[in-house]
Ligand binder design. Structure first.
Ligand SMILES: NC(=O)c1ccc[n+]([C@@H]2O[C@H](COP(=O)([O-])OP(=O)(O)OC[C@H]3O[C@@H](n4cnc5c(N)ncnc54)[C@H](O)[C@@H]3O)[C@@H](O)[C@H]2O)c1
Length: 428
């Protein structure tokens, strides 16, 4: 990452000092010669203060709203890192674009097709860059697959199959107990909140082919009161008789296994460290992550299948399956001359090509990928690196997500949800 990086220092304001923004902003701590965080916009006063301390910001660089940030008329930074929640993306991004900021925007771009279009038009009108955080494109695993497709390693794409297995503890924390458990609450369906990465991969890997038809099936099958096991209660640490044997026990997941701390404990991502007793007490009382997974206010699906037809004739499918034992993403692409398949978390994929010589059937190459590093298969900070490069006016990488290129994947996701709810085929 360092090869061409020491040319020009870029500056950014963090908008929404939550979990995701801080992941991206951590690039500035790792590469201070490339990126500096010079301001923060955050309505929560304690979070704003902690973020100010993290980045050494003076009070005059801290704001509770975007309107306050832009009020003075002087632009504080080259760009904004917008990690607000889904339903706030448009209302926070539009004023930033109008005030001259380029924006690194968390996915989904917006919660409706109209919102996505608004951002596209505002970016164009103000001649600003909006780079969408489709972090998987930057994961070395998918990047290597894309490079081979572009080289023509398996010929023309006939079919792409992807699957995301959302582990039992991830499903519970995000889509049953947590912030994305209800479309009404967060604005996004499960397929948009979790899998707009995957629908983006489908359209990115399909190259110039455009999606034309989408259909989808899925439902909330598991996390409902009528599926609650005998002995379960309302809170794991209050009235549950099977807590000891339940894989969804909040105590096990969030204290013993130590998973999802930044989701479950406010300001953990900014260094807050309650004691174990305080953690248990919060799970017993008012912490929403202490609730029984069969008795929450969730309404999003826990599994969904999406099928897509492209104008090239190619087809694709994506299966989102919640509550699996192991989290993973699986891909299998079949082309006219061969196929590629692999599991991202295994750190390798296989390229097979037809081989009709006597005694052979196919040739096979194993490609090993280093999946160490930050989350999303190493994609998170590589994406910020590319954003900084694009800000500096350098050549974008093969993964760079211009807004126009990001929109097709979103259109597949929105259409899939419409198709699932109405039981129809959506023509794009
Ligand atoms: N790329 C990925 O893989 C990935 C993973 C998880 C979440 N996300 C997306 O990232 C986004 C943020 O998720 P998160 O978990 O970091 O959320 P978060 O709740 O941790 O952070 C959002 C922050 O925005 C602040 N905020 C609220 N209103 C605001 C306003 N008007 N102006 C500025 N700040 C405001 C909140 O106080 C909070 O601190 C969501 O859109 C989510 O869907 C993406």
């Amino acid at each position: 990452m360092n090869a061409e990086s020491s040319t020009k220092l870029m500056t950014a304001v963090v908008v929404g000092a939550g979990n995701r923004s801080l992941v991206y902003a951590s690039y500035a701590s790792k590469h201070p010669e490339e990126l500096r965080i010079v301001g923060v916009v955050e309505p929560d006063a304690s979070r704003r203060q902690l973020a100010a301390e993290r980045f050494g910001l003076p009070p005059e660089a801290c704001f509770s709203t975007v309107e306050e940030l832009i009020a003075g008329g002087t632009r504080l930074a080259d760009a904004a890192i917008n990690g607000t929640m889904d339903e706030l993306h448009v209302e926070t991004t539009v004023p930033l674009l109008r005030a001259g900021y380029h924006v690194l925007l968390e996915k989904p771009i917006g919660i409706t097709e109209e919102e996505v279009e608004t951002i596209r038009q505002e970016a164009r009108r103000n001649d600003r860059i909006v780079m969408v955080c489709h972090v998987l494109r930057y994961a070395p695993f998918y990047r290597a697959i894309k490079e081979r497709l572009v080289e023509g390693a398996i010929g023309e794409i006939v079919n792409i199959q992807t699957a995301e297995h959302v582990s039992y503890h991830h499903m519970a924390v995000s889509f049953v107990r947590g912030k994305w458990n209800s479309k009404e609450k967060c604005g996004s369906s499960m397929i948009m909140a979790k899998c707009c990465h995957d629908t983006d991969l489908l359209s990115w890997l399909a190259g110039d082919a455009k999606p034309v038809k989408v259909s989808s099936f899925g439902s909330l099958m598991q996390f409902r009161p009528d599926k609650a096991p005998e002995g379960s209660g309302t809170r794991c640490l209050v009235d549950c008789r099977i807590e000891d044997s339940c894989p969804y026990s909040a105590r096990k997941n969030y204290i013993e296994q130590g998973l999802w701390k930044s989701y479950v404990w406010p300001n953990w991502h900014l260094g807050s460290r309650p004691t174990e007793e305080q953690l248990a007490e919060s799970l017993r009382t008012d912490n929403p992550y202490g609730r029984c997974v069969w008795r929450c206010d969730n309404d999003v699906v826990d599994h969904q299948s999406v099928i897509v037809e492209f104008d090239s004739g190619a087809t694709a499918s994506h299966n989102m399956i919640g509550a699996t034992s192991r989290p993973c993403r699986i891909i299998h692409i079949v082309g006219t001359k061969g196929e590629m398949l692999g599991v991202m978390e295994d750190g390798e994929f296989v390229v097979r090509t037809h081989d009709a010589r006597k005694g052979r059937e196919y040739a096979e190459e194993k490609v090993k990928i280093d999946v160490a590093g930050d989350n999303h298969g190493g994609g998170d900070l590589r994406l910020v690196h590319d954003f900084v490069r694009v800000l500096r006016g350098e050549q974008p990488s093969i993964s760079t997500t211009s807004l126009d290129q990001s929109i097709d994947g979103h259109r597949i996701g929105f259409a899939a949800e419409r198709a699932r709810v109405s039981g129809c085929i959506v023509h794009l």
